[in-house]
Design a protein around this ligand. Sequence first.
Ligand SMILES: CC(=O)SCCNC(=O)CCNC(=O)[C@H](O)C(C)(C)COP(=O)(O)OP(=O)(O)OC[C@H]1O[C@@H](n2cnc3c(N)ncnc32)[C@H](O)[C@@H]1OP(=O)(O)O
Ligand SMILES: N[C@@H](CCO)C(=O)O
Length: 349
Amino acid sequence: MDYQQFISPLTQFYQLPQPFQLESGAVLENVQIAYRTWGTLNPAGDNGVLVCHAFTGWADLENWWSPLLGTGQALNPDQDFIVCSNILGSCYGTTGPTSINPQTGQPYGPTFPNITIRDMVHLQAQLVAALGIRSLRLVIGGSLGGMQVLEWALLYPSKLRAIAVIAASGRHSAWCIGLSEAQRQAIYVDPNWQGGYYSPEKPPHQGLKVARMIAMTTYRSWPSFSERFGRQTQAEAKFAIANYLNHQGDKLVERFDANTYITLTRSMDSHDVSRPEKTYEAVLQSISHPTLIIAIDSDVLYPVVEQEELAALIPQAKLVFLDSHHGHDAFLMDMDALNRLLLRFQADI
Ligand SMILES: CC(=O)SCCNC(=O)CCNC(=O)[C@H](O)C(C)(C)COP(=O)(O)OP(=O)(O)OC[C@H]1O[C@@H](n2cnc3c(N)ncnc32)[C@H](O)[C@@H]1OP(=O)(O)O
Ligand SMILES: N[C@@H](CCO)C(=O)O
């Protein structure tokens, strides 16, 4: 499938001039980054704002966070130069499993190397430098985006002035790793998977669909599903919630790739700001930037206790709550409330 069909024609591409070494030691050649920008970089190069997208998102910020983008909003192109790039390992224009491996002339597929959140951040940093940004006024992101934000503060502390971490943690919990593994197993047991390798003509559609259905359940909540669907049934006496999850699974299959799903869930599982051998407390205590931690009270995937821990350990952190019964995905749904929290933080720093 041509995943580029899903991205905006306004997307730009940066070709890395040199090979890119991963944390694992593996080296990727011909690395490309897909990105979008809004606003203008000032002569001092210090009005950059970097937005880090979540798991299945991409660089078209205005597609999934539009209420936050615009004059007077949290992401204001009148004052800031806003950048959002598709992450390493994704399928929306930046090098990932669906890209052509220059060594073979074929898509990497399952041979794409393991990557980490740090690899994603190091690659973004190359784009930020190439765009002439000397200092980022704010680095912001939710979920997988929030993991990148924390690594930005730790890997490039002098390049940024404030961070906003939404619905994320400093290390993937046993709960999250277990859920990721169950989703990957759904892909592995697909008859088209064939022992780890699959034919691009017959990708594991059913497995990817089931993986998304499991994931969607963790992105929402008991009250959200109860209120929307209850025990309501539809055609053929199927529960409405079952139809909804099937629809969400089908929707992802239409726009996402199974190897990308595996690559990105593995990268999240590797996330631990303290690895390989530092203490979690000491690492978070070393973050010196003004920090906004946003917790979603109904998030069952990255529960509030994880953001409370981040806020307790990061010296200049402020913890606020996005009140929503929608669960983890509230940062993509209750955007007006999120916008207000971000505006208040920016007014304070
Ligand atoms: C391709 C894109 O534009 S994705 C944009 C970027 N997104 C991201 O970065 C995150 C990935 N996206 C997501 O996680 C989600 O899409 C969210 C959080 C943004 C919002 O979820 P949505 O699916 O848009 O909203 P919601 O949960 O209300 O579901 C609505 C869909 O379910 C369908 N639906 C609702 N009830 C039922 C039901 N009982 N049976 C079957 N289908 C149902 C609706 O018809 C609608 O379908 P459509 O999207 O094909 O029009
Ligand atoms: N539902 C969103 C957020 C998951 O953390 C996505 O698919 O990217």
